[in-house]
Design a protein around this ligand. Structure first.
Ligand code: GLU
Length: 582
């Protein structure tokens, strides 16, 4: 009997090929991860690329504040890591101002242009476009918010001249840099996804049909010019004036190959606004966890996951398989709520407080305990009478970068930015990679006559998984973190927070321990993780829960205050680095 059971379980364990690019995991992990890059000091920077970390560090050395370092790093990432984030994308900043002791969210998420329609990503017969096809559509490109966010943050918190913060990026775009292995692999991935639709993209990244070579300096003169214009005229030039005109001309000229695309208007750009939002915070253990609110649902998912996990009677011990299973269950139960309830607050605010209500969490946790790994649906939180939305078909309808910086005054920037899929839409405008963030809306605006929460509407922002976080203890920041990774972002961050705050793991171990996730009933476990599983991973399979091994492309940038000093650690699954001032 036991051997039959074991056989049944072994049949449930599969090893997947390298994780495909999907909405769940939009970029690849680096193979053979090397050691964790760490640094400690009075001011610390962790970004996704050594050149971006260097640029940020040079701003701090010149007396700049965290936000000056952030602008420099994001501009450099636009040049050296264009597959993940850049000026043609969007993002969220969580900023701690040490002097005013205030925490603020700047939402620079992309918006749907005014001529977009709710059914733009449906075929003529009303079916969702295949995801890959949708990723390259002009109608998937949202009005970019990155430049507006950087400008606003700099206007408010910057210390160095704006133009100075863009110098390292201009230099790299104009004079070139040696491409990394990851940069080249990302171009190959874009090629596999399809990039022939944009001749400028082909000419820059695939000249003669071949990706840039490791031996030759890679230059992007158009991007250098765009950055120079922004340095001279300021961030608003992206939205009004000569650069804005050029962006409109180039985007609208591409429309000849996509007749359904309605184009962008001058107002789409000139009316773009960064939205200041109240941070979403909740207590956990002895800490206060803060993150960004809707239209992101990633932070809510982290807060719910952790609350579901730590109910009385469920000790979480890393050496017990049941603890890891419970973490995977909590991830799935939090996803069920956030993917149902969260959309742009312009469409009506979600019952976020009710979704974090301790009584509600207790009930969900009990139901989760009895669920034996089955796929959960969304819950009905207190005060909500019925389900107002249709349930989006998540399976079927379904590149980012995170950086964390603390300066020596104690100001903190926790910032996640994205162009969505690897190289976004693979459309290039004025040297910038254009996002395809509007694929983050539900492709179907309604199902059986009932609207979905995350519905595409002109001027609305698609729901996101990005979750820059800052953790406080006794009112002071002690941890900052975030990650790329699409829908798995909250799964990675929950696991890191459990390791740091509950298990007391060091920053190195907190980023390098294995990740896990859930896909339907299936438990998805990290294969070849930088650190070994503390339990035998095969032992996590059960008769009712299959297990699948995959590479996970997280890119955690972690800062932690330990004995008065800040320590940084960069995820070894990507090419990021941590650097510090003494
Ligand atoms: N577009 C995704 C989001 O906003 C992020 C994609 C990624 O992490 O690569 O949630």
């Amino acid at each position: 009997m036991i051997s039959i059971l074991l056989l049944a379980i072994s049949l449930w364990i599969e090893t997947a090929p390298a994780a495909p690019v999907s909405r769940d995991d939009p970029e690849q992990a680096d193979l053979n991860p090397t050691s964790v890059s760490t640094a400690a000091g009075s001011a610390v920077v962790v970004t996704a690329h050594p050149k971006a970390s260097e640029a940020a560090q040079s701003m701090l050395k010149a007396g700049g504040h965290a936000v000056d370092a952030l602008v420099a790093a994001q501009a450099v990432l636009a040049v050296v890591e264009p597959q993940s984030s850049g000026l043609g994308g969007g993002g969220f900043l969580l900023h701690w101002n040490a002097q005013q002791r205030s925490l603020e969210v700047l939402d620079g998420r992309e918006t749907a242009p005014e001529r977009s329609r709710p059914d733009d990503l449906l075929t003529p017969d009303g079916e969702p476009l295949p995801w890959r096809d949708a990723t390259r559509r002009l109608s998937a490109i949202g009005i970019p918010g990155t430049v507006a966010l950087l400008w606003e943050a700099h206007q408010q918190y910057g210390h160095l001249p704006w133009a100075q913060t863009l110098e390292p990026a201009i230099h790299l775009a104009r004079d070139g840099f040696k491409p990394s292995q990851r940069f080249i692999r990302s171009i190959q991935l874009a090629q596999r996804l399809g990039s022939a639709h944009n001749p400028a993209f082909q000419a820059l990244y695939l000249p003669g049909g071949e990706p840039a070579s490791k031996e030759q300096r890679f230059r992007n003169p158009h991007l250098a010019r765009t950055l120079q214009q922004l340095a001279r005229d300021g961030g608003p030039a992206f939205y009004r004036g000569a650069l804005a005109q050029q962006i409109l001309r180039e985007i609208n000229a591409l429309a000849k190959d996509e007749p359904d695309f309605q184009g962008w208007s001058a107002t789409d750009l000139s009316s773009y606004t960064v939205i200041r939002r109240a941070p979403l915070c909740a207590p956990w253990l002895t800490h206060q966890l803060c993150t960004v609110p809707a239209p992101s649902s990633g932070g809510l998912a982290v807060l719910q996951t952790l609350a579901l996990l730590t109910q009385p009677g469920h000790p979480l011990d890393p050496t017990r398989p049941s603890s890891w299973r419970r973490l995977a269950d909590a991830i799935a139960w939090a996803d069920a709520d956030r993917l149902y309830w969260i959309g742009d607050p312009l469409g009506g605010s979600a019952p976020v407080n009710a979704l974090l209500d301790p009584g509600y969490i207790r009930k969900r946790s009990l139901a989760m305990g009895a669920s034996r790994g089955s796929q959960p649906g969304p819950g009905l939180p207190p005060g909500v009478q019925g389900y107002p939305f249709a349930l989006p078909a998540s399976g079927q309808e379904q590149g980012t970068s995170h950086l964390s910086i603390v300066d020596s005054l104690g100001n903190l920037a926790s910032y996640t930015a994205s162009v969505e899929t690897v190289f976004g839409s693979r459309h290039l405008v004025a040297g910038m990679v254009m996002n395809n963030q509007l694929t983050d809306f539900s492709f179907r605006p309604s199902i059986a006559g009932q609207p979905v929460a995350n519905q595409r509407q002109p001027g609305h922002r698609p729901a996101s998984s990005m979750a820059p976080m800052i953790v406080f203890r006794n009112g002071d920041p002690v941890l900052a973190l975030g990650s790329p990774g699409g829908r798995r972002i909250p799964h990675y961050l929950s696991r890191v927070l459990v390791a740091s705050l509950l298990w007391g793991e060091s920053p190195i171990r907190a980023v390098a321990l294995p990740h896990l996730s859930r896909s339907g009933r299936t438990l998805v476990l990290e294969r070849d993780s930088p650190l070994q599983w503390p339990v035998a991973p095969n032992g996590l399979a059960s008769a009712h829960q299959p297990v699948l091994f995959q590479d996970f492309g997280s890119g955690i940038a972690l800062l932690q205050r330990i004995n008065g000093r800040w320590h940084g650690a960069a995820d070894p699954r990507r090419e990021g680095t941590a650097v510090a001032l003494p």
